[in-house]
Design a protein around this ligand. Sequence first.
Ligand code: GA4
Length: 314
Amino acid sequence: MELPVVDLSAERSEVSKLIVKACEEYGFFKVVNHGVPQDVILKLEEQVLSFFSLPLSEKQRAGPPDPLGYGCKNIGFNGDTGEVEYLTLNTNPLSIAQRSITISNNPSKFSSAVSGYVQAVRELACELLDLTAEGLLVSDRSLFSRLIRDVDSDSILRLNHYPIQLDSKDWDTSPSSHANCKVGFGAHSDPQIFTLLRSNDVGGLQISIEDGVWIPVPPDPTAFWVNVGDMLQVMTNGRFVSVRHRALTYSRKSRMSMAFFGAPPLQARIAAPPEMVAPPNSLSLYKPFTWAEYKKTAYSLRLGDTRLDLFKAR
Ligand code: GA4
């Protein structure tokens, strides 16, 4: 199956239409010619690889995932697990600088690699959200991106490492064979607005459009994959659907991914703008709520639970 590809160097109105179509049909698309410099990506990748190659006790200096910090196998607070280790960081520059002290022996180098990446990827997320608003004919074109640009935005960066499976010597490495695969990160949708994901050249990511049918996403280290999150589903009054996805480990090579989760400030009220609640769908599907309320609910549930149902208007 061909997954949608958005070429950001194409004509603006075409791009905005393509994004809307992709978000309606898949809640997912690939972005090429995205403008994030390769050296910004590689600088972070180098730092992340050296972090994950540290002994466990040194990685644990970053603190337990509460939810920010270093985690290994345990996901969230309600018993979910996976074949993954990760580092989750707040994207605020001061917080990055402070955390870096516990993460790296060269904190200023680590901090500058993370900040440079976050700045470039946040900019890309905002550009994509402005194009989304244009494609949806939402009159306030920066309605979505403003939430992520806000100094109090609760956006986070998650660095994932899916280690090689030591018992995988006779595994089939072709992506179509999942005979020996394990779940790296189980099926879920992202709670935030938009997720921008970049990985090394190792596959494992899958998305699901139809219940129980998983589509493998081929790796492309030069591109970004974008997921619609729960908040964008709410703000488009259900026109976009937050995509269910998961990561499997079936390769002899380890997979490394970096995900930027663009989120609103904690106190922001989340609701669809009038254009999205126009006839013939004049009813708002969801009750109004704050991002803090939604996040709290997400953390009280399991990874794969459909939290949006709890916020339905009726
Ligand atoms: C999924 C998307 C992001 O990775 C994340 C995850 C978070 C965590 O790992 O701490 C959650 C998960 C994610 C959704 C439901 C809750 C919260 C684990 C979990 C069981 C950082 C996020 O924001 O939500």
